[in-house]
Design a protein around this ligand. Structure first.
Ligand SMILES: Cc1cc2nc3c(=O)[nH]c(=O)nc-3n(C[C@H](O)[C@H](O)[C@H](O)COP(=O)(O)OP(=O)(O)OC[C@H]3O[C@@H](n4cnc5c(N)ncnc54)[C@H](O)[C@@H]3O)c2cc1C
Length: 386
């Protein structure tokens, strides 16, 4: 027995619920399948307590619903979750929870067939639809790199998605690996909880404050990216001085060019730079190996640690379950084409939330996908479309 619908959406994060809301507004039947027991599991279960949206609120809202005016410019996680909960009620988005999709394939050249394991009954359930929307996220599973000797490390090892706050690390020597937005903020959080903290940084980073990013994004409406980048590269030097004194390298490309061309976000300084300058956070290069509780870095330095937090990012898991990729995804489970041509594949397949543009990219993709599905349905019904 299978359940039939028009569009099957996999994932009930911001991308999945936004797509379902847009389809509901167009009266197009859809089913949302979610492996967890709630919407937005990344925000509700897999992010640290002090997280706020890194971008100003006008760049983070989903289609058809603005943030309430009393929300602060940089919305804290719990308020963002409130907003998402009210979003699903308002647009009547009703995901089927505890459904982990194990395969999606094209059947008879006509429809998509999705098999999902029901975590409650352990039964496999089958769903069929004309359209398939992949909304499982760029951040589906935490990624921990292979490190020589990691399995023999005696202390605690967690991924940033398992870190809530630094309470239990008070008084401990903790190494944070990775200097993206999670790593830099977790390092700061740990210091505030009384841990002795070091951060291992592999690549050059552009570091800005939230306010600088907000200002830069508003300038980009009027000025070309290279002009805005030049201004910000000067501003970064003015604000932080020569970061190489503290073991940090800055890329030759500016923050907004890198975001637009590679999807790599600038790193938002939440107070971490001051802690690095005062020596409260030590900076090391990449790890070369671990022997017991001693970690060695590429610089040749060694140090003892009692815990490691890997803030080394996430991976798309699309390749694990998607049997026919509709020409859309590469080997890493990311779109083959770059934004803005990334969202539509063949045979009614779409993806939402894979533009490397955060929530603003999700809002754009969701509306494009819903409108495209409406157009195709209308064309198939032989109706005139204006
Ligand atoms: C710590 C952190 C902070 C961020 N802050 C910002 C920010 O400030 N501003 C911004 O614009 N962006 C931010 N982002 C980036 C991005 O906006 C978020 O990651 C956002 O949650 C992405 O939404 P999504 O729906 O695409 O993916 P997700 O939120 O990851 O949702 C995907 C859903 O799919 C489900 N799923 C996965 N596989 C399956 C399966 N096989 N079967 C069924 N369900 C499945 C997952 O359980 C999950 O609920 C942040 C990301 C992280 C990690």
């Amino acid at each position: 027995m299978s359940q039939e619908t028009v569009a099957i959406i996999i994932g009930a994060g911001p991308a999945g619920i936004a797509t379902s809301a847009c389809l509901n507004l167009l009266s197009i039947p859809n089913i949302v399948l979610e492996r967890e027991d709630c919407i937005a599991s990344l925000w509700k279960k897999k992010s640290y307590d002090r997280l706020k949206l890194h971008l100003a609120k006008q760049y983070c809202q989903l289609p058809h619903l603005s943030f309430p005016s009393h929300f602060p410019t940089f919305v804290p996680k719990n308020m963002f979750v409130q907003y998402l909960d009210s979003y699903v009620s308002r647009f009547n988005v009703n995901p089927l929870y505890n459904r982990s999709v194990e395969s999606a394939s094209r059947e008879d050249g006509e429809k998509w067939r999705v098999a999902a394991r029901n975590a409650g009954s352990s039964e496999m359930e089958v769903f069929e639809g004309k359209f398939l929307v992949v909304a499982t996220g760029e951040n589906s599973d935490g990624f921990v790199p292979k490190v020589l000797g990691l399995e023999g490390f005696g202390g605690e090892v967690v991924h940033s998605s398992e870190y809530d706050n630094g309470k239990r690390y008070s008084g401990k020597d903790v190494l944070v690996v990775g200097c993206g937005n999670s790593g830099i903020e977790i390092a700061y959080d740990l210091v505030n909880y009384g841990a002795r903290v070091a951060i291992s940084i592999r690549s050059p980073v552009n570091i800005l404050t939230k306010e600088m990013v907000q200002f830069g994004m508003s300038l980009l409406k009027f000025l070309p990216c290279n002009v805005v980048d030049k201004m910000f590269q000067t501003l970064i030097k003015f604000k932080y001085g020569d970061l190489s004194h503290y073991g940090l390298q800055t890329p030759s490309e500016g923050p907004f060019y890198l975001k637009a061309t590679t999807g790599q976000s600038p790193v938002i300084d939440v107070g971490t730079m001051e802690k690095i300058k005062t020596g409260d956070i030590q900076v090391f290069q990449s790890i070369t190996s671990i022997k017991g509780d001693i970690i060695e870095f590429t610089s040749g330095q060694t140090s003892r640690f009692q815990a490691i937090v890997f803030a080394t990012g996430y991976k798309s898991t699309v390749r694990k379950w998607l049997k026919d990729d509709g020409g859309l995804f590469n080997e890493d489970g990311m779109p083959k084409k770059r934004a803005p041509n990334h969202w539509k594949g063949e045979n009614g397949m779409y993806c939402v939330g894979f533009a490397r543009k955060g929530l603003i990219g999700i809002a754009n993709d969701a509306q494009k996908v819903a409108n495209d599905i409406r157009l195709i349905l209308r064309q198939q019904e032989g109706r005139c479309v204006f």
